[in-house]
Design a protein. Structure first.
Lengths: 445, 183, 318
């Protein structure tokens, strides 16, 4: 088992330190640690050390859509982006609505070894929105599911949403809602407004998101349950969540990196790389989302990594699939949108991209303060680099990224998952080596 | 360094002679249609038409028109898209008439070939004649002018500049070396 | 000009140039030999993903009058009956040597995707995309207005000061949008009249006045041009208005409203008309109606467009 010595890394609080990683844990922390024999030394001068990032919203597509992504390829993409844990959404085929499927997804993640995969369970059977899935079975399975979501679709029936909120309390679970009133957004293509009218594309009005969030926070209050809102995208939604928190409602909210940086103006090109659900919105919404993340109304950043094959994007807008890959670019986009303009510091980044997602998802074993004895999930980032984002940076199967050609700051140099490297010198480590390291880690316990 | 080969008085005399020659060849002004090729050919056609009406008071009132040949050119794909000009045929039409085409410079002959195709789509004249102010040689097609103001042998790297008061504000024909890429 | 995808991006000088070239083309239509050799040897493909005999025939006549070869390609393209992808269809046409592609598609933006894709080297003409644009319709409408207002002195002129009222289902109308952008560029003033459900979101930010009451608007604005848009039954089913009868009463150009117009005002309709619904028979057949000349003008405009896109030097065009 490799011992790794990280020299001269800058922690989120600004201090520099050495970190000795051995047997999957942080063995020692301090200045000028002596190099043990056989240790690999990582020169981290100028690099920021963050706790391994945790994505509460990823689509790994397996089982069922392996042409777009698999658990293996998706976790490679995660590692490339500095993520050491991902929560895998349930809209697979078959849907992750039984213990059997979630355990399969978990097992695939374990054998691949690139990141800790925590499957998300569907709220309703087949995502059909009619009856609850076997939430208890999934919670008690090897996968120990704690986050439940019909993401891709909205749990729009009020009674069903109420029951779901109540029922998951039994298992210390949380419902993650994809807020989209289906009646107001039939065949919707982009944000509803003057631009959608001009471009002739059917509009997705902000109120279709805000009205569901408003209903759900009141339901959560009424039944005393936790609620999590996926991919908040409008200024109005931020206002509703702020109001709810002020009332003491236990709601948490996430925002995607693309909603922190991109606006609907890009759609003038009819380039379907910009087609996503919820859609890109206006400048005012981007600003409100940034403010919400800074003031804590929005708790975390989550990628909503949504891989699609080329033919699903290389066509007319109406025919194209919704979604963007985002694991590999997330940290750079957050740096561009919030860190470089001085709105967030690196310790805030650690909070919104690692610590808080782990808390919401009840992820154990992922520490965030680099204490000795904790599991070594670490990402080393070079914040000073700047380059045009290209397909070289994409490590998953799909290339539907809106950032191709855009200059973005920062790059991931090294990622360590449970003490072994999954990214070395900016390159994703070979699958055989990672699988072996993961297996060795398992036997070690 | 442009060399002036025709001054305004030279041009006036040439047009007067051409007007007389047209009437002589046609044995009078009857069934005559003068069609100028835009832009400067139209100016010359107007002047010739005015002279003819002066010389022969029995000349038709609607004698002069314009014939745009843009749509019939054989070199359209080799140049940026050209804006066509107006085609206006005198009220009597051209069927059975003697059409005299007027242009400022006769060079490769391709413009006149296009004009003949354009005329063919407008009707069936009895005869088509050609009058030009300057014939500079270097024909690429078997085309010749019936009435010529001045023969100006030139080399292909020279450029003939025709300036007419109605269009250019001055009146002269000059010759100089073409600079850079060809016309 | 390499493609004609919209009137939103059409510069004033280019628009007037097209209208002027169309004047020349219309003269060709009045002579005995209605043909020009200009596009001989060029191949124009009518790529229609939506049925439209009128528009397709108009483009076909225009191309043939310029001596181009025409191929009519009806493709399936709804997201339900997908058929071959746009990319594959385009590459097939490129392999067949298409110089120009006239495309009508139900997906807004499809012509732009085709033009910027690199799948085909041809000039692209948008013959109508979803609810986005129908630029040749707007050009023929502007040509018609210019002719009626300025007669033989129309060449070189714009539509400065002309007031145009567009009535009906603006929300779903690409004709209304294309007309708005072009008319504004040419100096005209546009008013939309429709029930609030049929006015697009955000149209209040557009350079147009929006009114709901047709009688009040006609009395106050006294427009030079009234353009009636076709109303479709499906809109009733989607709750945009209660019944076609109520719609016709409120926003139809009936005989009374026809009489209320200035005698020199013109009545336009992009066709096909629902006689008795948005326009009465008397209005459609009156001397003020331009419906028939719009068809002839359509061929002239489309000849002008095809000439401008396909005749010149390819490199200079791009």
């Amino acid at each position: 088992m490799t011992t790794t010595l990280i020299r001269g890394a800058t922690l989120p609080d600004g201090t520099t330190t050495d970190l000795l990683v051995a047997d999957g844990r942080i063995a020692e922390r301090g200045d000028a640690i002596a190099t043990p024999s056989g240790a690999r030394v990582l020169d981290a001068e100028g690099l920021v050390a963050l706790p391994g990032l945790v994505d509460l919203h990823t689509h790994l597509r397996e089982p069922g859509f392996e042409q777009s992504e698999t658990v293996l390829s998706g976790t490679r993409a995660a590692a490339a982006g500095g993520f050491t844990a991902v929560f895998a959404m349930a809209n697979t085929m078959p849907v992750s609505d039984t213990a059997g499927v979630v355990e399969q997804v978990q097992a695939l993640g374990e054998s691949a070894g690139y990141a800790t995969v925590r499957p998300i369970g569907a709220v309703t059977v087949g995502l059909a929105g009619e009856r609850l899935s076997e939430i208890g079975a999934m919670a008690n399975s090897r996968a120990a599911v704690r986050v439940f979501s019909d993401d891709g679709k909205c749990v729009h029936d009020s009674l069903l949403m109420r029951r779901a909120l109540e029922y998951v309390k039994t298992f210390d679970g949380v419902v993650a809602q994809h807020a989209q009133d289906p009646r107001l957004t039939e065949n919707a293509q982009m944000n509803e407004g003057a631009l959608s009218s001009e471009l002739g594309l059917k509009g997705w009005p902000a109120v279709a998101e805000e009205s569901i969030i408003a209903r759900d926070v009141l339901l959560a209050e009424h039944v005393g349950a936790r609620l999590h809102i996926c991919h908040v995208s409008t200024a109005g939604s931020v206002d509703v969540v702020r109001w709810a928190k002020a009332r003491g409602i236990e709601v948490t909210a996430e925002v995607t990196p693309h909603h922190l940086l991109l606006t609907e103006d890009l759609i003038r090109s009819y380039d379907a790389r910009y087609k996503v659900n919820p859609p890109l919105r206006r400048d005012e919404d981007v600003r409100a989302l940034r403010e919400g993340l800074v003031d804590g109304t929005i708790d975390i950043v989550a990628t909503d990594h949504a891989p699609h094959p080329e033919e699903a994007k290389d066509c007319e807008w109406d025919h194209a699939a919704f979604g963007m890959v985002g694991l590999e670019s997330a940290l750079s986009v957050v740096q561009a949108a919030l860190v470089d303009p001085g709105l967030l510091g690196w310790s805030d980044v650690a909070r919104v991209l690692s610590q808080t997602p782990a808390t919401i998802g009840r992820l154990s074993g992922h520490s965030h303060s680099f204490e000795t004895g904790s599991s070594a999930n670490i990402v080393l980032v070079d914040p000073a680099s700047s380059s045009a984002f290209s397909t070289d940076r994409l490590a998953g199967k799909s290339h539907n990224s809106p950032y191709l050609g855009m200059t973005l700051p920062g790059s991931v140099r090294h990622t360590l998952h449970r003490g072994y490297q999954t990214v070395r010198d900016g390159v994703v480590v070979d699958a055989a080596e990672v699988a072996a390291a993961a297996a060795a880690g398992v036997t070690r316990g | 360094m442009a060399r002036i080969v025709l001054q305004n008085s030279d041009i006036a005399r040439a047009l007067t002679r051409i007007s007389h020659e047209i009437l002589e060849s046609n044995r009078g002004p009857h069934d005559l249609v003068i069609l100028g090729i835009p832009t400067r050919g139209v100016v010359l056609a107007e002047r010739i038409g005015a002279q003819i009406r002066q010389i022969e008071p029995g000349a038709p009132a609607d004698l002069v028109g314009s014939l745009d040949v843009t749509m019939y050119r054989d070199d359209l794909a080799h140049h940026p898209t050209r804006a066509p000009q107006r085609t206006r045929v005198p009220s009597g039409g051209i069927d059975g008439k003697t059409v005299v085409l007027i242009d400022d410079v006769l060079y490769s002959g391709r413009t006149i070939r296009a004009a003949l195709d354009a005329i063919g789509d407008l009707g069936r004249p009895r005869a088509v004649r050609l009058a030009v102010l300057v014939d500079r040689g270097h024909r690429e097609l078997p085309i010749r002018a019936d009435f010529v103001g001045k023969n100006l042998p030139s080399s292909t790297d020279e450029r003939i500049n025709v300036r007419l008061a109605e269009v250019d504000g001055s009146e002269e024909v000059s010759i100089d070396l073409a600079t850079g890429a060809g016309a | 000009m390499r493609h004609l995808l919209s009137t939103r991006d059409l510069l004033r000088d280019d628009a007037i140039a097209l209208l002027d070239i169309a004047e020349d083309m219309s003269e060709v239509q009045n002579r005995e030999v209605k043909k020009l050799p200009t596009l001989r040897g060029k191949t124009v493909v009518n790529l229609f993903f939506e049925d439209s005999t009128r528009t397709r025939t108009s483009f076909e006549v225009a191309a043939k009058r310029l001596s181009a070869d025409v191929i009519n390609f009806s493709a399936k393209g709804s997201s339900v009956s997908k058929g071959e992808s746009l990319k594959d269809t385009a590459q097939t046409l490129a392999a067949m040597g298409a110089d120009g592609v006239v495309i009508r598609h139900s997906a807004s933006g499809a012509p732009q995707v085709l033009a910027q894709s690199g799948w085909i080297d041809a000039g692209v003409v948008n013959a109508g995309d979803g609810t986005h644009e129908h630029p040749t319709q707007a050009l023929l409408d502007a040509f018609t207005m210019r002719r009626r207002i300025h007669g033989d002195a129309a060449r070189g002129r714009d539509l400065d000061g002309v007031s145009v009222m567009i009535v009906g289902d603006v929300l779903h109308s690409r004709v209304a949008r294309s007309n708005l952008w072009l008319l504004e560029t040419l100096g005209a003033h546009v008013t939309f009249v429709a029930p609030a459900t049929l006015v697009p979101v955000g149209a209040s930010t557009w350079p147009v006045d929006i009114r709901y009451d047709l009688d009040a608007a006609l009395a106050e604005v006294r427009p030079d041009v009234v353009m009636m848009l076709r109303i479709q039954q499906e809109r009733m089913n989607a709750a945009f208005f209660p019944t076609t009868r109520e719609y016709a009463r409120q926003w139809g150009l009936d005989d009374d409203r026809l009489l209320a117009l200035r005698p020199d005002s013109i009545v336009m309709h992009p066709g096909p008309m629902n006689r008795g619904l948005e326009i009465s028979s008397r209005a459609a057949d009156s001397a003020q109606s331009t419906v028939i000349e719009q068809v002839a003008n359509g061929v002239s405009i489309r000849m002008a467009v095809l000439y401008s896109l396909l005749s010149g030097d390819r490199e200079a065009r791009s």
